[in-house]
Design a binder for this molecule. Sequence first.
Ligand code: ZN
Length: 249
Amino acid sequence: MIIDAHCHLFTNDAALGFVSGSTFDEFVQELDGCGVEKFILFTIGGLFRDFQKSNDEIRNMYQKFPERIIPFGTTNPWYGEEALAEIDRCVNVLGMKGFKLHPWMMGFAINSVQMLPVMERISDYGMPVLVHSGTVPWSEPLQIAYLASQFPKVQFILAHMGITDLWKEAIDAARRYSNIWLETAGTPTVAIKTALQEIGPERIIFGSDSPYGGVGGCQFQMNKLKYLKLGKHAEALLLGENLRRILNI
Ligand SMILES: [Zn+2]
């Protein structure tokens, strides 16, 4: 089964400056064309405002497409008790299966003290966290690795595995901690190739960041893996089996 670890719900709210140019149906059609059966969906707008409302929007989509969508919630550590209450609501009321955090958009350092109660709560629920990685100064792989060392029960998925500048650091992070997984959206092919050589295929995960990148974005991200000629076993792991292990599905 092919699972895409990284999709956003674009509400095409021009005021946010994030407009995908495609409707939700068009975006799902594109995933269909790539053979994606399930996808993790989380917000984009809620990463910098109205996270509770944005989590409700994800829940609404999940109710429409329960077979396709794996819903991830978000919360903002700046909000203290309100952030913790939203974690509870995401898990107990909205049925979220994990969390997305985006330190540079939300304006906090991933290894700062206000993250500790947030991570404790997420760890109590045994939920995975997908964190944007590769953007200084707040989303560096080794900062996330520090958090991974403090919360060994949490599976940390490094979205973009450090992108273009910090992918070597992302591989270092994964080498140090077995609860770090590398996700491939937006990262160069050479980074994925090196990760395969250095840590093997068991903790590398396909993600497309759709519908970011517009029409053809998912296919483009998938082609990077095809060019690497992974072989059947490794391809199955990257395209879905690894994520199934994290999510217990
Ligand atoms: Zn993204």
